[in-house]
Design a protein. Structure first.
Length: 417
């Protein structure tokens, strides 16, 4: 009888504790290392026993994630509290009123002081029309990953220009005679990474899509970019004929299996190459800035991910506390060490533990600082769609660079009216 009494008391205490517990649901994309994020949420829970964080994982690519999130948010679904969004999204979130603006938690002086700690590109990307829409999680940029062992075997130094990269790839491919080995990997399917592929040659030649909200991209610049990527396949034979099928993580997986000499990838790939059990390239990869064109300059695509609070969350105050933790130097350091996610705090690029896990971060800060932002536009998904579909169609040989370039300009004009 006594036992039963105590059992009842225990059940009562536990259920009251559960009832008092706040449950936060966080959305994280499949490529943004949900395993490492879980570790970080466990740490938060251990310090905040009243809070439980559940992770929802979805979408392999940035655009697939957003397609799903658009459905959730457009229906004002309150089930997700906190969302990890790509650096290209804050303007869209602000325009759609999907994000709880964080200004109300941060008096303007505090907000100023907080934002100053981050790399300027991220402080800037998250303030839309004067409102703070999100806080930075990690920085990102595209780099040239290369097979150190293969370049060394042929007495080659990492390439500085695209011409050098093409020649090196041709030399190594001819020497290796390995039908499974490819030259220069880049994104070509209809996904967000392909937008970066499209923009890289335009930036490297000194161009851009818009300036001060006005469309400045010319048809000639668009054509030159489309032709450059097509030539890697058809003229220089350093990429296989099916580049129209390649998403970023496809290139990463193939490079991890030893099938690429060069890959134009974002920072997360490093940790996978070094630590995944199935990696064939552990210790064989080097990372340098992307090549430039003869007489031009190296350009990289600014990436990165941000924490935003859904405006439909029923736990906004608790969600804000979690987001402050997630955007702290402590978490930035964990993400750098466990996932090779580039820090959003400049000092972490000199941190001994961070550099032990990612020696190349020592030279990565200038690349992130010089990286170019994709257009900031409330209708960004449409802007992106025009660019990635054009490059994909050229690589699939459905359209010529001439026809696709014209469509890019017509498509963008309709959006930038
Ligand atoms: C990386 C970048 C992100 C970009 C994506 C494209 O995740 O951080 O900004 O959109 O790659 O694949």
């Amino acid at each position: 009888m006594k036992k039963l009494f105590w059992l009842l008391v225990a059940v009562l205490v536990m259920s009251t504790a559960l009832a008092q517990q706040t449950r936060l649901r966080v959305f994280v994309g499949g490529q943004q290392r949900p395993d490492v994020m879980r570790k970080i949420f466990d740490l938060y829970q251990s310090r905040n026993p009243g809070v439980r964080v559940d992770v929802e994982v979805g979408g392999a690519t940035s655009d697939q994630q957003q397609q799903y999130l658009t459905t959730v948010l457009a229906s004002r679904d309150p089930s997700i509290d906190v969302i990890l969004i790509d650096v290209i999204r804050p303007a869209q979130y602000a325009a759609a009123k999907w994000a709880d603006t964080l200004d109300k938690y941060l008096p303007s002086a505090t907000r100023q002081a907080l934002l100053q700690q981050y790399l300027p590109a991220y402080a800037k990307a998250n303030v839309i029309g004067g409102n703070l829409v999100a806080l930075p999680s990690f920085a990102d940029a595209q780099f040239l990953y290369y097979r150190k062992d293969l370049l060394e075997k042929y007495g080659l130094k990492p390439p500085v220009t695209w011409d050098e990269a093409i020649k090196q790839a041709q030399t190594i491919l001819a020497g290796e005679r390995n039908p499974n080995l490819n030259g220069i990997g880049f994104m070509g399917n209809i996904s967000e990474g392909t937008v970066c592929s499209f923009l890289l040659p335009i930036w490297a030649a000194g161009g851009d899509v818009d300036e001060g909200g006005k469309l400045v991209l010319t048809e000639a610049q668009a054509r030159a970019s489309l032709q450059f990527w097509l030539d890697l396949m058809d003229k220089h034979k350093v990429a296989p004929p099916n580049m129209a099928e390649k998403a970023q993580d496809t290139i990463r997986q193939e490079m991890q299996a030893g099938r690429w000499i060069f890959g134009t990838l974002f920072a997360y790939a490093w940790n996978r190459f070094q630590n995944d059990a199935d990696s064939q390239v552990k210790g064989k990869i080097g990372v340098v800035p992307l090549p430039r064109f003869e007489g031009g300059r190296s350009a990289s695509c600014l990436g990165g991910w941000q924490w935003t609070i859904s405006d439909f969350s029923k736990n906004k105050a608790q969600a804000y506390k979690l987001v402050r933790f997630l955007s702290s130097p402590e978490v930035s350091k964990i993400l750098a060490i466990d996932a090779s996610n580039l820090p959003v705090f400049p000092s972490l690029y000199r941190d001994a533990d961070v550099l032990k896990a990612n020696p190349w971060f020592a030279d990565a800060l200038p690349v992130v600082q010089a990286a170019r932002a994709r257009p900031v536009h409330p209708r960004y998904p449409e802007v992106a769609d025009v660019m990635r579909k054009a490059l994909n169609a050229v690589l699939a040989r459905i359209k010529t660079p001439d026809a696709a370039a014209k469509e890019v300009i017509d498509g963008l004009r309709a959006i930038y009216r």
